[in-house]
Write a protein that binds this ligand. Structure first.
Ligand code: BGC
Ligand code: NOJ
Length: 811
């Protein structure tokens, strides 16, 4: 069942029923000011940091779902309704929500009145704009009252929901004309405040929530709206809000348009003490003056669209397959940008007050956006590397505002160092910018301890070399990619503290997955060394990689698939010897895509086992059989009920590893089959089962053991976005950036048909036409670049050349 449809021309998903199975959201903002917005106008806004500078309140874990947002109420006689349906839920005569790229539009109609909202964050300002257009479609004059409503958050979202003894006394507002100022915290900080304003005279306002709603009412039945009369309340403590009342008279056919601005403003830090509590309104005026008219809104909206069109045109596919086209050209790249902006901070599943930026997560996200914003990828790499320790290990997370490592979480996730090589290699291959490798980058943010970035990569690499266990496999540490496989530590209460555990010699659990990563990224490290003419180091790296391959062949192969790990007692995890958890996806995906045992046919066997044992119609599960009992020695993993999350859920993030591995052995049909199973556009039709947004990936889909098999959770902020884009763009469609140029070597289903790609790469635009006359899954029979036949699959890069016309014949 569907709740809407894709409008590819407008790059929108059009939701036609407000009662989606879960709130379906979108993100507004590209730089500093962000809003989350659901299909019923739920959501919240923040400036830079979703925890510390939260502008408006949201209530997670609340019932009904999706409580609080930025609402407009329309009172038409005795009927009160919202254009986005919530919160009054008055049945609408017509409803539509269009989530677009960086904006959302709503249309609601009731009793002959149509209201349209366009919401977006303009490119270079710290505000959300809401253009509200109300039209009288009836044959009689309409007398309406319009009320806006936002509930302020007292900035620190964490404190806001805990520290009531203080917070119920600190709220302050000021109202001048049509502008409502939220000044809480201004006394002690004197540097920031928020505004909510509209470009017309108002007929009243409210700033005290309890006066507006009535103490025992919710936003579904606000007293003020039901009575049709604002009270001009001035909040003093408690819960400040901002609501404007505008009365309008509309002749038949007449429309009125309003521009609302919800903004964040900052004053210079050094304001004099006397000016305390008198908000310096200059920054607000400057902001509001920019958005006074519909023309101002249109101009800002055009700028926003131009920005996104520019970004999304950097990789463009034309094929016979609409679903793949729309994912590649629109939604998958868009989601990659959202993960760049948000990391794992704010979604409807991440509270915005929990996690900072993940070392591993951010490096992987980079794989999906480096072609879109290479300059910002460069900065991000330096930020991430600056949190690394001198021995090559890394803080697992860092804070976005301070960019400092998070010492509460600390380090010890032994896959982390290698992801830095993955991200840097992707950046250098994309841009050819070797200068980044010579940048001086501190360790643990201490400038007195700084080396080149290349030296950081060496320490990443050597961290694995120097931390091997009894089977010469990498030590796993606290966990590798799988956060919940905690083989050296245990917790009586997962999610709380962990204690070290295991034999007295120290934690010796080993990871075959990290071994696979080492083989893949060790080779990429060697290639980076070659770019800097460090031939001895490249040879050393390749010798180490060779040793690792041997270790996996000796101790990491279980007969038909790759073992997952060895626990602290030297027992195998992910082996036929185990009772539960006999086979895992991660080591099989990664060791196969790294090509371990290729000559011996191991990847093929491993991938066949994955298909046989882990596949479902909704995707490939992380492990089987699911853990039915709680295993203290495995850590958090078996704390989940079977079929959910790391305990045999379908982790969408590592499905692409399997698909990529399939492309390395040339099985295009199977690679694409795996791609399709979790691909949003392909599962739109089962939205009632899948439940999360049909235009973006979710982190996890419930596995076969779960009662709700096929149901997704944790949409938007997941490494799945980057990895699925890498898979489809670089491996299935086969356009892979190498140091010497773009390589084109597709691996597609036999019936995929011909296709064209337009790709910006360094200074060039590549127009690539791929034909497949013999319907093969893989193989390039001819590569012709500007009329000249080229051997191999790499389109030779020529510095400064602007256009490349490329023809590829598969066969
Ligand atoms: C989840 C993981 C997540 C981790 C973050 C665990 O509870 O299962 O998916 O990465 O928390 O700390
Ligand atoms: C989500 C985390 O963000 C990611 O870093 C981790 O790899 C997966 N969960 C799997 O545990």
């Amino acid at each position: 069942m569907k709740y809407g449809y894709f409008d590819d021309n407008n790059k929108e998903y059009v939701i036609t029923s407000p009662k989606t199975p879960l709130p379906w959201i979108n993100y507004l903002g590209c730089n500093e000011f962000f809003s989350l917005i659901s299909n019923t106008c739920g959501g919240y806004s923040f400036y830079k940091d979703a925890k510390l500078l939260r502008l408006t309140r949201y209530r997670y874990n609340d019932s009904p779902l999706d409580t609080n947002g930025k609402y407009f109420y329309i009172k038409d006689g005795d009927t009160v309704w919202n254009p986005g349906w919530q919160p009054t839920k008055t049945p609408l005569d017509a409803y539509e929500c269009r989530h677009g790229i960086g904006y959302s539009r709503f249309m609601g109609a009731k009793n002959g009145v149509t209201a349209k909202i366009l919401a977006f964050v303009p490119m270079n300002d710290t505000c959300e704009l809401q253009q509200l257009v109300i039209t009288n479609d009836s044959s009689e004059e309409k007398q309406l009252s319009v009320f806006s409503y936002v509930e302020w958050c007292l900035w620190n979202a964490d404190d806001d929901m805990k520290n009531f003894q203080r917070n119920l006394s600190i709220g302050e507002v000021e109202v001048i004309g049509s502008t409502i100022y939220h000044k809480t915290e201004y006394r002690e900080r004197r540097n920031h405040f928020a505004v909510y304003s509209v470009n017309t005279d108002i007929d009243g306002f409210d700033t005290s929530r309890d006066d507006f709603l009535g103490a025992y009412n919710g936003p579904d039945k606000p007293d003020v709206v039901l009575n049709g009369q604002a009270t001009n309340s001035i909040a003093s403590g408690w819960s400040p809000i901002a609501s404007h009342q505008i009365n309008i008279k509309l002749a038949p056919g007449e429309s009125r348009s309003f521009v609302f601005v919800l903004g964040y403003c900052e004053n210079p830090q050094d304001l004099k003490f006397e000016s305390l509590n008198v908000v310096n309104k200059a920054p607000a005026k400057a902001l509001l003056d920019k958005y006074r008219t519909d023309a101002d809104v249109e101009k800002a909206f055009a700028e926003l669209n131009e920005y996104w069109d520019g970004l999304l045109s950097r990789y463009h596919l034309e094929s016979n397959n609409d679903k793949v086209n729309r994912m590649v050209n629109i939604w998958n790249q868009y989601q990659c940008m959202v993960t760049f902006n948000m990391s794992r901070s704010a979604s409807y599943y991440e509270s915005g007050i929990g996690r900072g930026m993940g070392f591993r997560d951010s490096c992987q996200d980079l794989l999906g956006f480096v072609h879109l914003i290479p300059e910002r990828a460069r900065e991000r790499i330096i930020d991430i590397a600056s949190t690394q320790f001198e021995d090559g290990s890394a803080y697992h997370q860092y804070q976005p505002l301070t960019k400092k490592g998070n010492s509460d979480i600390g380090s010890g996730f032994n896959d982390d160092p290698l992801w830095l090589i993955a991200g840097t290699s992707a950046y250098v291959r994309e841009t050819g910018d070797l200068s980044i490798l010579n940048e001086s980058v501190p360790y643990d943010n201490d400038e007195s301890k700084a080396t080149t970035l290349m030296e950081h990569l060496k320490r990443s690499f050597d961290y694995i070399v120097n931390h091997k266990g009894p089977h010469n496999l990498p030590l796993i540490g606290r966990a590798d990619w799988n956060d919940c496989l905690n083989l050296n530590c245990f917790s009586e209460h997962p999610g709380e503290s962990f204690q070290t555990f295991g034999p007295s010699e120290g934690p010796v659990a080993e990871s075959v997955f990290i071994a696979g990563m080492f083989v893949k990224y060790g080779e990429e490290y060697a290639q980076l060394c070659e770019q800097l003419n460090m031939t001895d180091e490249a040879a050393y790296a390749r010798a180490q990689v060779e040793d690792m391959v041997n270790a996996v062949m000796i101790s990491g192969w279980d007969g038909s698939w790759f073992v997952r790990a060895y626990d602290a007692y030297g027992n195998k995890i992910g082996s036929r010897e185990c009772e539960e958890g006999q086979i895992y996806i991660e080591s099989n995906g990664f060791c196969s895509l790294a090509g371990i045992g290729m000559a011996e046919g191991l990847p093929r066997k491993a991938l066949d086992s994955v298909k046989e044992r882990l596949d479902t119609k909704y995707g490939v599960m992380i492990l089987q059989p699911a853990y039915t009992k709680y295993h203290l020695e495995l850590g958090e993993i078996s704390s989940y009920p079977p079929g959910y999350k790391e305990n045999a859920g379908i982790f969408c993030h590592n499905n692409p590893w399997v698909s990529i591995a399939e492309t390395t052995i040339g099985r295009g049909d199977r690679a694409f089959e795996v791609y399709k199973k979790t691909c949003p556009a392909y599962i739109e039709d089962i939205s009632e089962i899948h439940r999360t947004e049909p235009y973006v990936y979710s982190q996890m889909v419930a596995g076969a053991d779960a009662p709700r098999h096929g149901e997704a959770k944790n949409s938007w902020l997941t490494g799945t976005a980057a990895w699925t884009f890498v898979n489809i763009s670089q491996y299935i469609l086969g356009l892979y950036p190498t140091h010497s140029g773009l390589s084109i070597d597709p691996c597609i289903p036999k019936d995929f048909g011909d296709f064209t790609l337009t790709r910006k790469f360094r200074e060039g635009t590549y127009n690539i036409k791929v034909t497949n006359p013999s319907h093969v899954e893989k193989g390039v029979r001819a590569l012709v670049v500007d009329g000249v036949t080229v051997d191999g699959t790499v389109i030779p890069y020529e510095a400064g050349k602007k256009t490349y016309n490329v023809e590829v014949v598969m066969g």
